[in-house]
Design a protein around this ligand. Structure first.
Ligand SMILES: [Zn+2]
Length: 694
């Protein structure tokens, strides 16, 4: 160390702490590269030589085993930066300082902070003062070199992988059913059971054309599917389990089953919040694709055919399903509904009816994965309507709440003050009560004492009433203070929102966005009625119940009042007459059409109006009559035709109910012609007016 370096260390530096930062990227390095760790700890002696007392040298080694690529989850590095920025550091020590941070941004930030707080930096090569331009340049260079080194390392590694991949020689963990043999060639798994399972899967898909149907087939036949364990103590073991939908899709999409070597089908990307997301790449952009590279279960043509099939099915199923940003399509709550039965997110399906799209919310994820029936499905129109109404009604309280949450602290303080005042009121009340008791207890003859106690009681009562009034006044004022500045904003929101909401020009997508601003999610449960638990943003919740929506045939049903009306009219009118009367009164059928005699007849028939009336009048059915007379049903009809008994038609097919023949029923009489017997009969008077049909 030259005298120059010693000159850099000033008394001011020595008054502050020295920080020794120690790091090894991976745990393996921590064990294998203990030499480097020793060197890092040896830097401590340098600090002592420069004049720092032992107890002022602070070692930060919490990052042992952490990668240096980013500071985000390196607690130790962050602590170092904090200490430096608080001006506590006189010097920062590190082996090859550039190793302090492998990310240039982190490194430059540290340099800048060191320059600001006049902290020195020391590594094995020397001592630097980041406040000096030359030193900072050198340090910056070291940081850049270090990052470049990391980059070159990575590139060399990546390049090696890519080269191998381009030749199709890269060893990638094979999917189930394929295995590397002793010559490092990919072959079919020699386990015949595994092969059979895979072949069955591909055959079933070829036959049914649907991944869902494939799962269902396996499930129905109680067939298990193999899976290889990749981690844990059972690593490498084969386990048999239930086949899942996503598993089928993975297998069908995997080109390796067609004997093709593929590399670069997906890549990962870091997200802003430190996570990772997997991005699937279209086939044209894969790094490498070598068909026929090894053995497979299907041909390349079959593979491509399967891809087309899957793509078509995916289109047919629609994409409007997952928790997703607002899309086109009228289902307001798309992506916001949770199933009240199993907790999965429900999806949307649209039905086209009369030129409109009708949404239906359904819970089917588990059903699809395991080929089970749907968990629940509920027509969406009624739910959407209820939620819109709720929002239009509730948007002012919601807005209020948003405003309140901003001012929550203020609110808290006001509440605290009010509690204090409440305590004061209670105290005054207590004292007044005490004074009253004292006054009551005193001997009335002792005038002097009694007078003074009465005066005290009065004074306490006055205090009580004053405290109460003060509290009321303050509360009133607080209310004013809170509501005044917000009233305008709330009013504006509350008035603008419904107008915007109901405006037919507002696109569905915008309406959905508004819902997403206001609602967290909705839990839907279908029972005897539909229960909606609505969670607003900010924690407020509300529960709505809706009646189950009517089936489409129920929706088109003629109202019961009209049916009753028809029932009464049937006594004295024909079908055309009834239709005319109903139309005259402006009554419409359930489908909204004008009545015709055909419609009246259909209603009469479906509600069995005449039948009921005849039965009530004690008439017998064909079977009952046959049993009563001891003849076959066919004979009953013949007797009716010849007037031995009297039948009444109850529908347009001339099916009849029969009058009870009474005390003296006709009997079988061999040898007498029916036409002769009918002489004595009264001519059957069918109720012509009701059987007449248009
Ligand atoms: Zn469910």
């Amino acid at each position: 160390m030259t005298s120059d370096t010693n000159q850099k260390v000033k008394a001011a530096h020595l008054q502050r702490n020295a920080y020794l930062y120690i790091r090894q990227s991976t745990l393996r390095q921590v064990f294998e590269n203990s030499e480097s760790t020793k060197r890092q700890y040896a830097l401590r002696q340098k600090a002592v030589a420069l004049g720092w007392p032992e107890d002022r040298i602070i070692v930060i080694d919490t990052d042992l085993g952490q990668s240096g690529a980013s500071a985000a989850d390196r607690e130790g590095f962050q602590r170092l930066v904090t200490e430096v920025s608080l001006g506590r550091a006189g010097i920062v020590l590190g082996l090859e300082v550039s190793r302090l941070a492998r990310n240039s941004t982190d490194w430059h930030r540290l340099l800048e902070i060191c320059a600001f707080t006049e902290a020195l930096i020391l590594d094995e090569d020397g001592i630097y003062d980041p406040a000096h331009f030359n030193d900072r340049l050198l340090l910056g260079l070291k940081g850049t070199m270090s990052e470049a080194e990391l980059h070159v390392l990575r590139a060399r590694l990546q390049g090696g992988i890519l080269n191998k991949a381009r030749r199709g020689e890269l060893v990638i963990r094979p999917p189930i059913g394929l295995i590397y043999n002793s010559e490092a060639r990919l072959v079919l798994d020699p386990d015949k059971q595994v092969q059979v399972a895979l072949r069955l899967l591909f055959d079933t898909f070829r036959r049914t054309g649907s991944a869902m149907a494939t799962v269902r087939t396996f499930r129905r036949q109680n067939l298990l599917f193999p899976r290889r364990v990749h981690t844990g103590p059972q690593k490498g073991d084969l386990v048999w389990g239930v086949l899942g939908h996503s598993q089928v899709l993975r297998i069908l999409h995997n080109p390796r089953y067609a004997g093709a070597f593929a590399y670069g089908r997906s890549h990962t990307r870091k997200t802003v919040d430190g996570g990772c997301e997997i991005i699937h790449v279209p086939k044209e952009e894969w790094e490498t694709l070598i068909p026929g590279a090894h053995a497979g279960y299907v041909s390349w043509e079959d593979y491509e055919q399967n891809q087309r099939q899957l793509h078509e099915s995916a289109q047919a199923m629609g994409s409007d399903r997952r928790k997703s940003p607002a899309r086109e399509g009228p289902a307001l709550l798309q992506g916001l509904i949770l199933c009240g039965r199993c907790g999965e997110r429900m999806t949307v399906r649209y039905h086209r009816r009369e030129g409109h799209l009708w949404p239906e919310y359904m819970c089917q994820r588990d059903g699809i994965e395991h080929a089970k029936p749907r968990c629940q499905q509920i027509p969406g129109a009624g739910i959407d309507r209820a939620i819109s109404e709720l929002l239009v009604d509730a948007v002012s309280p919601v807005a209020l709440e948003v405003a309140f949450s901003v001012q929550q602290e203020l609110q808290c303080r006001i509440e605290d003050a009010d509690r204090l005042r409440q305590k004061q009121v209670e105290r005054a009340q207590y004292e007044a009560d005490l004074a009253r008791r004292r006054y009551m207890r005193v001997d009335p003859d002792n005038r002097l004492v009694a007078d003074s106690l009465e005066a005290e009681w009065n004074s306490k009562l006055r205090t009580l009433s004053e405290t109460q009034q003060e509290r009321e006044r303050q509360r009133e004022q607080d209310r004013k203070v809170l509501s005044e500045p917000q009233r305008a904003a709330i009013l504006a929101l509350a008035t603008n929102f419904p107008a915007l909401w109901r405006d037919p020009n507002t696109p569905d997508r915008e309406r959905k966005r508004m819902i997403r601003l206001l609602l967290e999610d909705i839990t839907l449960l279908r029972g005897d009625q539909i229960t909606l638990h609505i969670r607003f943003k900010g924690g407020a919740a509300k529960t709505l119940t809706l009646p189950l929506p009517l089936n489409s045939w129920q929706q088109r049903q003629t109202s019961l009042d009209v049916v009753k009306e028809i029932d009464q009219l049937l006594d004295h009118h024909t079908y055309p007459q009834i239709a005319a009367i109903l139309n005259e009164h402006g009554i419409r059928s359930g489908e909204g059409k004008a009545f015709t005699s055909r419609i009246v007849a259909r209603i009469q028939r479906s509600y069995a109006l005449i039948y009921d009336r005849l039965r009530k009048a004690g008439m017998l059915t064909l079977k009952e009559m046959a049993a009563l007379l001891g003849i076959c049903p066919q004979q009953v009809k013949i007797w009716d035709r010849h007037g031995l008994i009297r039948g009444h038609a109850y529908n347009d097919k001339n099916d009849c109910l029969y009058e009870d023949p009474g005390e003296n029923p006709p009997r079988k009489a061999q040898g007498i012609k029916l036409s002769q017997r009918s002489v004595n009969r009264v001519v059957s008077q069918r109720i012509e007016e009701v059987q007449c049909e248009a």
